[in-house]
Design a protein around this ligand. Sequence first.
Ligand SMILES: [Zn+2]
Length: 217
Amino acid sequence: MTFLTLGDIHGSVKWTSELIAAAETVDTILLCGDLTSFGTPGDVAAIIDDIARYNASCFAIAGNCDSLAIESFLTDQGISLNGRGRMIGDSIGICGVSGSNRTPFGTPLEYTEEELSASLDAGWQQIQGASTRIVVHHAPPYRTKCDRTLLGMHTGVRMFREFCEKDQPELVVCGHIHEARGTDMIGETLVVNGGMAARGHGTVIEISDGDLTVSLM
Ligand SMILES: [Zn+2]
């Protein structure tokens, strides 16, 4: 099973030839939040149409720069992962959390750590049968290479780090901190911030016989 993750699209994917080749060949595309910059459901519809030129299968969460209307739109389209878990075959489970923890910028979709935790738990419960468990969470877990701002401050979600330490999902896919593109480990959990699809970045995930391979583009 293969996935392409596109995070922080912010209005449009920068389609490099590498990204197009990946989009055309993976089984499913995962959109990791901030599809827009304070946009509308109509903007999201256009982005999904654009992506569907290469691959029609996608799941998504919203980011803090999206809105509740966008979240509802993703739910109506049947592709939202927020507070939900989905089984892909019998061995892969994916759950998600939209929005982010509080920021200094007062963006539309910000939550308390308790609210984020409730969404995470709801989806997580639904993928307990999976041997490979993927959490798609717009905001990164706290104190990793994936939540470090240009000024060196860690701005991730504390409860999410504690969750990773305790429950050890096989893979966490996040975004939100644009400059913190990269990977890190929390115990056995691989954490990936794939960077901005708006700048041509994405991540290919390959799962074969329980082995996980991740390539950043
Ligand atoms: Zn963003």
